[in-house]
Design a protein around this ligand. Structure first.
Ligand code: BGC
Length: 335
């Protein structure tokens, strides 16, 4: 009887081993342009969380998450390491979209599927100017895709939230909206489109606009605070609207606005993008006029889902888009 039990136990253990030995582990290389970025931190954490929820007894994911440190040379090394390590799929948030060509070529030549996220490479003309056109390096490769949100929509939503105000943003009633713009990394299409389309939405609503100041804050909170403080110092009450290309810079601007003794909703308006938790709280408290949800959950899940499809050898699309959502006081109160 005892012998039988021992035999049964050994058999069960062997079976267990056989099952786990048959589990397939996929190696996933992820490189993020910069770990300290507020928005990309939420995004990359969700990539890891979501991969874990997709694991089964048979399928495991071994994720290597690398920090590009906002340095393209560093990121290029990481990609080369991913290739040497034989990654099964690569998810990439480029430091510089102008390097897309070189990177895509290398990864494709190594036969590794590639999912680009967050920073959309667009076509370039012969002088290196960005064109509003889909990028051939993505379109021409069956195993390369881009997952993102159309930044034109976020800019438009920002402008519309301004135009929807009772006074349309014209606090001093002089017939025009005087604004300052705080931009993200100017090479980044999100920054370019948000800058352009926020103002376009005001103009499309028949509003006259005046740009008092347009500065680059590189997506950074401290820089956003500094630039907004400077502009308020120089232009004072003339500033009616502060547009920030993202919430990190808007959080900085909110601090500068408070320090300058100004009051959002009364003598100034402040608009951001991302819907970071802290920014949504400020919208609730009336300290920000609005933000736009940059859906890091939707985007990270779409990126992981398509990576899994690629791992399974399934066909994919070259582009996957996730919608933005307007987040103003009416929206947060209704939640
Ligand atoms: C986000 C920014 C972020 C940037 C990084 C944008 O989509 O709105 O907050 O810094 O992506 O590339």
């Amino acid at each position: 009887m005892k012998k039988l039990l021992v035999f049964a136990l050994v058999a069960v253990m062997a079976l267990g081993l056989a099952v786990s030995a048959s589990a397939q582990t996929y190696k996933v290389g992820v490189s993020i342009y910069q770990f300290t970025d507020n928005f990309m931190t939420l995004y990359r954490n969700e990539i890891e969380n979501y991969f874990k929820t997709l694991e089964t007894d048979d399928v495991k994911f071994e994720i290597t998450m690398a920090d590009g440190k906002n340095d393209m040379a560093e990121q290029t090394n990481q990609i080369q390491n991913f290739i040497t390590q034989g990654m099964d799929v690569i998810i990439l948030n480029l430091v510089q979209t102008s390097s897309a060509d070189a990177v895509i070529d290398q990864v494709v030549a190594a036969g590794i599927p590639l999912v680009l996220i967050n920073r959309e490479p667009l076509a370039y003309d012969k002088d290196g100017n960005t064109l509003d056109e889909a990028y051939e390096g993505i379109l021409n490769n069956a195993q390369v895709c881009y997952v993102g949100a159309d930044a034109r929509q976020s800019g438009t939503f920002q402008g519309e939230m301004g135009a929807e105000l009772d006074n349309k943003g014209d606090i001093n009633g002089d017939g025009k909206v005087s604004y300052i713009m705080i931009e993200g990394d100017p090479e980044n299409i999100d920054a370019q489109y948000r800058t352009e389309f926020s103002v376009k939405a005001l103009k499309d609503a028949g509003i006259e606009v005046e740009c008092l100041d347009d500065q680059v804050g590189n997506w950074d909170q401290t820089k956003g605070q500094e630039l907004c403080a400077n502009a308020l110092n120089i232009y004072g009450d003339k500033v009616e609207v502060v547009f920030c290309n993202n919430d990190a810079m808007a959080l900085g601007a909110a601090t500068a606005i408070q320090t300058a003794g100004r009051k959002v909703g009364e003598d100034i308006y402040l608009l951001g993008v991302d819907a970071l938790e802290e920014a949504v709280q400020l919208v609730k408290d009336g300290e920000m006029t609005g933000t736009v949800l940059n859906d890091h959950i939707g985007q990270s899940h779409a990126a992981v889902d398509v990576a899994v499809k690629l791992l399974k050898g399934e066909e994919i699309q070259n582009y996957y888009w996730v919608d933005y959502v307007k987040v103003n006081k009416a929206y947060v109160d209704a939640q």
